[in-house]
Write a protein that binds this ligand. Structure first.
Ligand code: AMP
Length: 939
């Protein structure tokens, strides 16, 4: 090679760029197994410096430096490049060929034929051009070493290689995987994709099945459109390949051993999936279109939000399918699906091949909604991993009416977010259903092998605009001119199969006729549909009870002491931090009856009792192991080696499982995950705890769209317990209020419980009640902060042993009822401020009643307590929250109904305020003093 040529090569060299990665890969392979690289590369690597006894990574970095040095030395630095016939060691073409291969692996997707409409403006990628690598068609006949390129052996002529690279990386599939740093994964993907040039042989039967599924996808929409013209159905048309794709995915999953598949999707194409994949009876759907409904299903939901369950026959046996109910909030269903899958995995010994989550996204939503990032972040964590999710994007290139790239996202692809977890991404042209089938199988294999998320970007279009009543030409004129002329996927594929001689036109016509006839007949159209037998949870024990249903809540003092001993013990080798040690010593003293029981002890005792009874517990939140306020310490951290130990996991052999995880720093996805878990598992006490209660508003959509209304809309029970630290202690606007008013506002139809327990005995029995009572309703708890260490907020072991949660607690001091002139009702921490002040005042004319459950309002229990004061005309509701917040406005109708007839009810609390609390402690103290005084002062 001439010196000038050499210089040009070095200048354009990827030695420190893309090609460096390739050479590094080769080198890594060589380090692992020298025989795995060709003789010529082995000679090169043998001649490089070695670091005696060094770790592989160290060795590797030395070599990387060596490559960099070679690159910087330029043309004078001669390195013997391995070569094959035709390319001499010194002319550098061999390296350029390897660079070319690498360039296709990195950037081939940018020239792939992905858009069925051909509207995408693809950038020119010079790396994919021969000239960029100083190669030309003149070199086509020369054979080169093809390194790790997995097609057709170790060497190829440049002409064949170039064709092969284009076929593999620039056909209907754009594979993005070179961002994955793990060499094994990368090599595995290369092997799978390159060995078949991204286009494996497909059997005639499979081709016919794909066409049949496309006929179903198209036929279903056409049928609905003719029967119910103009009705909203969020048609799949344009993305028809989703149907053969999903059926193929489920079938492959079943073949690989899956027993359950949980699917989350938004409204686009949902009716099609319900009928053509899950086997919902079309006549039921048609009835829904006609406005018929089942009154027993509560308030119900629109048909394109409905979930469904069925079984599906696969070569590996039947697979249970569950399509999750979904509100209109696109991406929020994904963590719900993952939580549901996690619960099912726990039941199946955490074998991730047994349960597959599939989430279906929109192109604008996956890029636009932050909860997607949260789920990717959770995907590999201890508490939230589900062995990988297959994520499918129905990329119709428009978000409602917004299509311009510069308006919908700041990334080239809508799927770029997946790179944060180094998930492989397969973009695929949906008009090539065979390519779709290939990436679908590949995605599943990858997920099962590496237990990681994987993304399929199904590039398609939307034939009718956002919905069928829409006029898409108004906002997407060029796209819709194109769509109008574009043949439907069924026709395209039928023509392909006819051209290949696989079928004849009449076969295609018959498929269409048969499908329409099946719809007319109104019977299930999915051959693989089977009645449900594969799901293992029986919800019937939790259905049809009232709040006062009898349940076994007894617990003896001996049992409490035995459990107390267990939860305050740990192995000798666990060295505790001095503060934790003190706390555990205290717990021992509480067990022995030498100290009153505090909150942390009572809570741990409740968990101990439940696991001792065989119930399992799942508890997550940002600091759940220790507790935000240093009170729980259910997870001990050994000071000598950082290991952890959980006394609660060591109660007895065969106990219920308990898992406590500090969660990722998110509310929305974590809460949704726990909702999903709790709706799939009634036998596990599932708890989510907010760090401070107000942070729960980061998960507002989960409270509104799922937790408070899921049973009313979808008949789905959920026993999720939510602990929200709440209380006015001068910590400012963001750490005082869990926004009690919002939860009370959402109360109706006995949808959930809102509790404000004020003693350790109460929290103990509240948590037990949540599991032992045969009902599964969400429990919202305003949990305490300062009360965790309040001298008065303690209980005796006997109080715990009553076994009962009291919805109302009457006066505890020995007041003579007839002397009482005023009754103050309150909830939570303010009770102790009132009690303290009244005792200081030595008042006997004001009684204090605590409402420990605000919803369902305990009218009967209240009536019993109120009966003592039927002569009292002066009743007060006292709260710490500002007047427009807390319970005053949302529960007032209950208070009025409670007090004696003719009595007056007044308010003692902070003035209405836009902010939940003041920022200055001194102002807080003044306010607190004033409201307590106001409550106790009889005017
Ligand atoms: P799945 O495994 O989610 O498909 O559920 C199978 C069946 O169990 C459903 O069709 C329901 O009948 C019942 N089921 C599942 N989850 C719940 C729930 N959270 N509440 C009540 N019933 C449920």
């Amino acid at each position: 090679m001439q010196e000038s040529e050499m210089k040009a090569w070095w200048d354009s060299s990827h030695m420190a760029g893309a090609n460096a990665a390739y050479v590094e890969e080769l080198y890594e392979a060589y380090l692992e197994e020298p025989q795995s690289v060709s003789d010529s590369w082995r000679q090169v690597f043998d001649s490089l410096p070695k670091v005696e006894g060094a770790e592989l990574e160290k060795n590797h970095s030395v070599i990387r430096d060596q490559f960099k040095k070679l690159a910087s030395l330029g043309p004078t630095a001669r390195m013997t490049i391995p070569s094959q016939e035709g390319a001499t060691s010194s002319d550098g073409r061999q390296v350029k060929v390897l660079q070319l291969i690498n360039a296709y692996r990195f950037r081939g997707h940018q020239h792939a034929n992905l858009d069925p409409l051909g509207l995408w403006q693809q950038p020119r990628v010079r790396d994919l051009e021969l000239a960029h690598h100083n190669l030309s068609e003149d070199d086509f006949d020369i054979r080169f070493n093809t390194g790790s390129y997995a097609y057709n052996g170790e060497s190829m002529s440049l002409g064949d290689l170039f064709k092969s690279l284009n076929r593999t990386y620039c056909g209907s599939i754009g594979a993005e995987y070179m961002h994955i740093t793990d060499t094994e994964q990368k090599r595995w993907l290369q092997q799978k994709i390159e060995s078949v040039q991204a286009k494996p042989e497909i059997s005639t039967d499979k081709k016919k099945q794909i066409l049949k599924d496309l006929v179903a996808a198209d036929g279903m929409e056409k049928y609905l459109s003719s029967k119910f013209p103009g009705a909203k159905r969020f048609s799949l048309e344009g993305g028809d390949a989703l149907i053969p794709m999903l059926k193929g995915l489920i079938s492959e999953a079943g073949t690989a051993g899956a027993k359950e598949v949980v699917v989350g999707m938004a409204h686009r194409g949902r009716l099609n999936v319900l009928v053509n994949v899950l086997g919902k009876n079309p006549s039921v759907l048609f009835d829904e279109f006609a406005g018929k409904h089942d009154d027993s299903l509560g308030s119900g939901d629109v048909k394109y939000h409905a979930g469904y369950s069925s079984d599906f026959a696969t070569p590996g046996g039947n697979v249970h399918l569950a399509l999750a109910f979904n509100p209109s909030h696109l991406e929020i269903v994904n963590p719900v699906v993952m939580g549901s899958v996690r619960a099912r995995l726990v039941r199946r010994n955490n074998d991730s091949s047994k349960v597959l989550p599939i989430t279906i996204h929109g192109d604008s939503a996956i890029a636009g909604q932050g909860v997607v990032q949260e789920t990717f972040n959770m995907s590999q964590t201890r508490g939230f991993a589900v062995g990988g999710t297959v994520r499918i994007v129905i990329n119709n290139q428009v978000g409602f009416t917004t299509s311009k790239l510069e308006d919908t996202r700041s990334t080239q692809y809508c799927t770029d977010i997946a790179k944060m977890v180094q998930a492989p991404i397969f973009h695929v042209n949906s008009d090539d259903p065979e390519a779709v089938a290939f990436v679908t199988k590949l995605a599943l294999e990858y997920r099962n092998k590496f237990k990681k998320d994987v993304v399929i970007d199904l590039v398609c279009y939307r034939r009718h605009g956002h919905n069928e009543a829409d006029e898409p030409n108004a906002t997407q004129p060029l796209m819709y001119q194109k769509i109008k002329k574009h043949p439907v996927p069924r026709v395209l594929y039928a023509d392909q199969l006819i051209a290949e001689g696989v079928i004849e036109q009449r076969d295609a016509d018959k498929m269409l006729d048969d499908y329409r006839a099946a719809l007319d007949h109104g019977a299930c159209v999915v051959d693989e549909w089977r009645p449900m037998t594969e799901h293992s949870v029986d919800w019937s024990p939790f259905i049809g009870h009232d709040w006062d249903v009898e349940y076994d809540h007894d617990i003896s003092i001996e049992k409490l002491k035995e459990l107390g001993e267990k939860i305050s013990s740990y192995p000798e080798e666990v060295k505790l931090h001095s503060r934790v040690n003190k706390l555990y010593q205290d717990r021992k003293a509480m067990t022995a009856g030498e100290k009153r029981i505090d909150w942390g002890m009572a809570e741990n005792l409740a968990y101990a009792d439940l696991v001792d009874r065989g119930t399992s517990i799942r508890f997550t939140g940002q600091d759940s192991g220790r507790g935000t306020f240093f009170h729980r310490h259910a997870v001990l951290h050994n000071q000598s080696d950082g290991s952890t130990y959980m006394p609660l996991q060591n109660i007895r052999d065969g106990q219920g499982a308990i898992e406590i995880y500090d969660s990722v720093l998110s509310e929305e996805a974590v809460m949704a995950f726990e909702y999903g878990f709790a709706t799939a598992e009634p036998s596990c006490l599932t708890i989510w705890e907010a760090q401070f209660g107000d942070f729960a508003n980061g998960a507002q959509v989960v409270f509104d769209q799922f937790l408070s209304s899921g049973e009313a809309k979808w008949g789905r029970l959920c026993g999720l317990t939510v602990l929200l630290p709440h209380g006015y202690e001068g910590q400012g606007p963001e750490h005082s209020s869990a926004r009690l008013e919002r939860f009370l506002q959402l109360c109706a139809d006995h949808n959930w419980q809102v509790c404000v327990p004020s003693t350790p005995a109460q929290v103990f029995n509240m948590l037990r009640r949540q599991m032992l009572r045969p009902m599964r309703k969400p429990l919202i708890v305003m949990s305490p902060k300062s009360l965790l260490r309040h001298a008065q907020a303690t209980s005796t072991i006997e109080e715990l042993a009553t076994g009962v949660f009291h919805n109302v607690i009457g006066e505890i001091d020995e007041l003579e009822p007839s002397e009482v002139k005023r009754v103050v009702m309150c909830s939570g921490k303010v009770y102790y401020d009132l009690l303290d002040q009244r005792r200081k005042n030595e008042q006997t004319d004001v009684a204090i009643i605590r409402l420990e459950q605000l919803y369902p309002f305990p009218s009967e229990e209240c009536a019993k307590v109120v009966a003592n004061y039927s002569h009292v005309k002066d009743w007060v509701w006292c709260q710490e929250e500002p007047q427009n917040q807390g319970a005053w406005y949302n529960s007032q109708h209950h208070f009025w109904a409670t007090i004696p007839e003719g009595a007056k009810l007044s308010y003692a609390g902070r003035e209405a305020s836009a902010s939940p609390a003041v920022g200055y402690v001194s102002v807080h103290n003044q306010q607190q003093k004033a409201l307590v005084e106001d409550a106790l002062t009889i005017k």
